[in-house]
Design a protein around this ligand. Structure first.
Ligand code: GLN
Ligand code: ZN
Length: 760
């Protein structure tokens, strides 16, 4: 490779700060402990620090306007005068900005949903014909000038018009959102003109929707939109990420943009086609360093891609970049002091990723030392004894088809389960957790910090569990749970007990607003050290004559909510987790637990962005669940739980899990989901949530009874279970007590009329 330095573009940087400074400033402001000026000062300090850090790292194109006090989609709506009509027209104050983002007494906030396949949540634009659109370049211009005042030239980042329209939802389903495009484009043009006037020399336009299955007829909108934007005369740098552009590649390269960015971590194969399509004056930005994961970059692989691009385009037209904005990774791995040193040497957070880009851009000659360290880290991870477990690999290799299949069909085993469990028709149960009160959290914190002995903590948990069982008995529930008081988090609790997992101290990633998550790191083969939940489920079962349901997190959810090795197939890691859970399921059964639930709330969100990838994902995901659950006797009942209601498209896969009972959210989707299950003649047990636990409201008995009657029309009475729509850990005891009583009463009333229903 030539020794010419290549340009580097950072695309976007985490906003929260290495110590989550923004989170604490925001929450202090919301509580009223901090002034608006105080919040603004923290935000400005963070922006300055992050720009300076990128400057010191030698980044050629440093982004601005990637910062946000809550969400960059909401910021775009503000910048375009396109905030929802129900929040009023005109300039948006900080108070009204936060009222759109957060629920208050007066108003429900905008809806929030996941940003593509990440765990970042954005506020969903609400498109209606009445929107007037008026550019408000304030924030973007201010931040550009703020950086300029520090002597740093930045490239403002904007979400592109087509992606923005596609991310929103029409207020009325019949409304054609594309009818808004002309007005929207005028506002974009004004915004770009203002940035140009402020001295910006180029802008980054993010169009991640180009990596998705686009509806027919969108190409013309893209062409129209970019013609308008280009007319402003500010060079446009088009950014795509998270998947291959596939059939959208020719469209993307036909747009009048100065450069195109491709995610070559998720989709390296698109480079070849891209090199043939890139225009004579266009540059190509190579997304080489993973913006979605935390492992050191494989320089050998990156260098091969760089060489292919440089030899076709010349060094001047090649830009190096992370695969996407660094928003989705933690800030700095250097602060981690509790990890095994060898595992630590495999990690690269945002700061390290910038250094990696620098080393790649300098070529191997100038950065020989960095390249050697990188090679050593990659080799150590691939071969590390500390991460490979031959027993697990052999066990996976030895699996046969029968290990993925219950011994008998549902119709046969359900009879044995009914006999073993002795439950009435329309059995009542809950999803697992009960209120995590301040007291529970306090005791756990005391135990973690060494101020409460293991014995005293266990005693406390036993008392809570017994109290929870008595409450359930008094509420008249049929299938009880132990309450999950010993768990902080449904993935962390298992990760802490499994080999192959590590936990960072400061590996926080923004989930939404001020909320951050710290995903566990799956650094090696996963193996169960010993029973993980048998102590609590067994204890609970010993304290009551009613059956107690064992409670596990499913393999896909454990995978999905962790950072996972990028050199081992996700399917393989999931099957390793499934194998560990399979042993746990067997141990629970041996301990006398007759029903066992594996929660899979993340099954749906793991779906690849492109529908072409769905089948293979669903295939291994379903197999993983079956592997974890198939080793039990006929009379042991397997439950699963999923939270969200957009299941219609994957119903056959849900049926293929072959769980004996599935509980899910449906209180808010008003039974639509049920119809889907009914139409698909889903054969096994279903508990459509009759109580929406996401709100403090206690539904009256009549309302739940009504929901059950609707469900009983669609499903057969012997299929129907009665339960809330998710775990109760965020609710308070008084609401829980009343709501559960109402729920069991509702079940009783409907049960009384069942012979009539069954006869219909
Ligand atoms: N068993 C878990 C609980 O009750 C399930 C949580 C979830 O679905 N996200 O909290
Ligand atoms: Zn749930």
């Amino acid at each position: 490779m030539s020794n010419t330095e290549l340009q580097i573009s950072a695309l976007g940087f985490p906003r929260m700060g290495a110590q989550r400074e923004l989170k604490f400033a925001l929450e202090g402001f919301w509580r009223g402990d901090r002034s608006e000026d105080d919040l603004a000062a923290t935000a400005a300090t963070l922006r300055a620090r992050h720009w300076q850090l990128q400057q010191a790292a030698g980044i050629t194109h440093i982004p601005s306007n990637d910062f946000s006090l809550y969400d960059h989609v909401l910021d775009m709506l503000v910048a375009l005068g396109a905030t929802p009509e129900r929040f009023g027209a005109g300039a948006v104050s900080l108070a009204s900005y936060f009222s759109m983002a957060r629920n208050s007494q007066e108003q429900t906030a905008m809806e929030m949903t996941k940003w593509f396949d990440t765990n970042y949540h954005y506020l969903v634009p609400e498109w209606s014909a009445g929107l007037s659109f008026k550019a408000d370049p304030g924030k973007a211009v201010r931040e550009f000038k703020e950086a300029a005042a520090l002597g740093i030239r930045t490239r403002p980042v904007l979400i592109g018009p087509c992606t923005l329209l596609l991310l929103g939802k029409p207020a009325d389903p019949a409304f054609d959102v594309w009818s808004l495009l002309p007005k929207l484009l005028s506002a974009y043009v004004e915004l770009l003109a203002a940035l140009k006037a402020a001295g910006a020399e180029s802008v980054q336009i993010d169009e991640p929707c180009l990596s998705t299955d686009l509806p027919l007829g969108i190409a013309a909108h893209y062409a129209d939109a970019f013609a308008h934007l280009a007319a402003v005369g500010l060079p446009l740098h088009l950014t795509t990420y998270f998947a291959a552009l596939e059939e959208n590649l020719p469209l993307a390269f036909s747009l009048p943009v100065a450069s195109m960015h491709l995610d070559l971590v998720r989709a390296p194969e698109q480079l070849v086609t891209a090199l043939a399509l890139v225009g004579p004056r266009q540059a190509l930005s190579l997304g080489l360093v993973d913006g979605r994961n935390i492992w050191v970059n494989d320089f050998e692989r990156s260098r091969a891609l760089i060489e292919a691009a440089v030899s076709t385009l010349g060094a001047e037209r090649v830009v190096l970049a992370p695969s996407c904005s660094l928003l989705h990774v933690p800030v700095d791995a250097r602060g981690e002091s509790r990890l095994q040193p060898v595992v630590q040497s495999w990690l690269a957070f945002a700061v390290q990723k910038l250094d990696e880009l620098r080393a790649l851009a300098s070529g191997a000659d100038q950065a020989a030392a960095e390249h050697a360290i990188n090679r050593a880290a990659i080799a150590s991870r691939a071969g590390a004894e500390s991460s490979r477990n031959e027993t697990v690999r052999a066990a996976l290799g030895a699996l046969a088809a029968k290990d993925f299949k219950r011994a008998t069909p549902y119709a046969v085993r359900i009879k044995q389960q009914n006999a073993a469990l002795g439950l009435p028709l329309l059995p009542t149960t809950t999803i697992g957790s009960f209120p995590q009160t301040a007291e529970v959290r306090k005791q756990r914190a005391a135990w973690r910090s060494g101020n409460l002995s293991q014995a005293d903590y266990d005693l406390f948990l036993e008392q809570e569990t017994v109290r929870c069982l008595r409450e359930q008995e008094e509420a008249g529930l049929d299938l009880l749970v132990h309450g999950e008081f010993e768990r902080n988090d449904m993935v962390e609790y298992f990760g802490e007990q499994l080999e192959g997992f590590a936990f960072t101290q400061n590996g926080w990633v923004q989930s939404y607003g001020s909320r951050c998550v710290k995903p566990p790191v799956i650094y090696g083969d996963v193996r169960r050290r010993g029973p993980m939940t048998v102590r609590w489920s067994g204890f609970a079962q010993s304290q009551t004559t009613r059956p107690v349901k064992g409670m596990l997190t499913g393999p896909v959810t454990i995978l999905q909510w962790s950072f996972v090795r990028d050199d081992i197939a996700r399917s393989e890691v999931t099957h390793q987790i499934a194998l560990a859970l399979r042993d746990e399921v067997r141990d629970l059964e041996a301990a006398g637990i007759r029903a066992i639930q594996l929660d899979e709330p993340a099954l749906r969100e793991g779906l690849p962005l492109r529908s072409s990838g769905w089948e293979s994902y669903l295939d291994w995901a379903v197999q993983a669940f079956r592997l974890a659950t198939s080793a039990v006797r006929d009379e042991t009942q397997i439950h699963t739980h999923m939270c969200y209601c957009e299941f219609e498209s994957i119903l056959p896969s849900i049926a293929a899990l072959d769980a004996d009972v599935i509980s899910m959210e449906s209180a808010r989707s008003k039974g639509e989901l049920l119809h889907a299950f009914g139409n698909a003649s889903y054969p096994n047990g279903i508990g459509p949530g009759v109580w929406d636990i996401h709100s403090p409201r206690v539904p009256p008995e009549a309302e739940m009874e009504q929901q059950l009657r609707i469900a009983a029309e669609v499903l057969t009475p012997d299929q129907l279970w009665v339960n809330p729509d998710c775990g109760l850990k965020t609710r308070g005891w008084p609401e829980v007590r009343t709501a559960l009583r109402n729920m069991t009463e509702a079940a009783r009333s409907v049960r009384a009329t069942l012979p009539a229903l069954a006869a219909q």
